[in-house]
Write a protein of this length. Structure first.
Length: 55
């Protein structure tokens, strides 16, 4: 987990720093979520392709 070190900043500088961190963080998280969705779509398709009797 990444820690944010607080230093005496103006409110503007603090907000700009926060925005930089958030804009780096969220694209990575969205990528992870996209991978999970794709994984479960494949799992779902595999289960849909199975015959009912194979449960």
């Amino acid at each position: 987990m990444q820690q944010v070190r607080l230093r005496p900043h103006s409110r503007r500088a603090w907000m700009l720093s926060l925005c930089e961190h958030v804009l780096r963080f969220y694209p990575r998280e969205i990528g992870k979520i996209t991978e999970r969705i794709a994984h479960f779509e494949r799992v779902q398709q595999a289960w849909l392709a199975r015959a009912e009797s194979q449960d």
